[in-house]
Write a protein that binds this ligand. Structure first.
Ligand code: 13P
Ligand code: SF4
Length: 297
């Protein structure tokens, strides 16, 4: 039996669905029930009546699925698939920030641990960060953990944004020089960039958005320099087969590359690795995640 057949059989037996982020390896995207960005996958996870969710992505995404749908078993095929940015701001650090800025509201990017979410007022993703920050009833906002996304939001809202210095190593490594070189060699190409990129790169971009935002901005006869994780191009090419894409040097997210078809089969056969969070963390972290879904959908 092929991996695909084994996965289909196990999915039927367990009443499972497979959610995959847009950065997953092509063969994983191709067998998933849904492929999308953090926001879309969180909403799907909160609404599904499947008994098991296999989350092909990184730790904070699978944790969000569990927080939003605690009755469901959520599996992450690779236990080591951890987003380094999520570890850059702790719950303790957020408590300290609150003491320093008692009037501020804490808006937290979903690329954060469940413990940190439990300290936030509202979450956001790259798809809704600007509308979420605009909607909060405060003139001062603590934005954690991504400094690049926070600085991008600050340019689009009329509020004081207190930044944290977290970053995504993958997006941080893409330089304006890399983009300029691709532009020289491909003069007709538009730059599309994820807001985790540095402000220098974002200034060169015509399209800035979440990974799913990039999919919706495509035109089939377009040519694009894609300043985000390289397997995004698989999703973009499937959506716009006539378009041309150029990847940027260094655009690999190692934890996103850990999932394989083999590890998905193993995950379903052995029910590993289950996302386990305490009831208290689930209860407290669900509040900012649900607020986000209500505010920024
Ligand atoms: P999206 O929410 O845009 O899919 O991004 C998630 C992410 O981790 C980007 O690095
Ligand atoms: Fe985390 Fe960056 Fe990978 Fe996104 S691309 S999951 S922010 S390390």
């Amino acid at each position: 039996m092929s991996y695909q057949e084994r996965i289909d059989t196990l999915k039927r037996e367990l009443r499972a669905i497979i959610l995959a982020h847009n950065y997953q390896p092509p063969e994983v995207q191709d067998i998933a029930d849904h492929v999308g960005d953090s926001l879309g996958l969180s909403i799907l996870a909160s609404e599904t009546n499947a008994e098991v969710i296999v989350f092909c992505g990184v730790d904070f995404m699978a944790e969000s699925a569990k927080i939003l749908n605690p009755e469901t078993t959520v599996l992450i095929p690779e236990k080591g698939a951890k987003c380094p940015m999520a570890a850059m701001c702790t719950a303790e650090a957020i408590r300290e920030m609150r003491k320093r800025y008692p009037e501020a509201v804490v808006v937290g990017y979903v690329n954060s641990t469940a413990e940190s979410k439990a300290e936030m007022d509202v979450c956001c993703t790259s798809a809704n960060a600007i509308p979420v920050v605009r909607a909060v009833e405060a003139d001062q906002v603590i934005f954690v953990p991504d400094g690049n996304l926070g600085a991008y939001v600050a340019k689009h809202v009329d509020k004081e944004i207190i930044l944290w210095d977290g970053f995504c190593p993958t997006h941080q490594s893409m330089t304006a020089t890399d983009i300029a070189s691709l532009q020289r060699h491909n003069p007709g190409a538009k730059v599309m960039a994820h807001p985790e990129c540095t402000s220098e790169v974002l200034e060169m971009a015509e399209i800035i958005g979440s990974t799913e935002g990039m999919v919706t901005a495509l035109s089939d006869d377009g040519e694009y320099i894609v300043a985000t994780e390289r397997d995004m191009i698989h999703r973009l090419s499937k959506t716009a087969p006539g378009a041309r894409f150029h990847e940027v040097r260094g655009s690999v997210c190692p934890p996103m590359k850990m999932t394989t078809l083999e590890s998905i089969v193993r995950s379903l056969e052995t029910m590993t690795w289950k996302v386990e969070l305490s009831d208290d963390i689930i209860r407290r972290a669900r509040i900012p995640l649900q607020r986000m879904i209500q505010m920024g959908r």
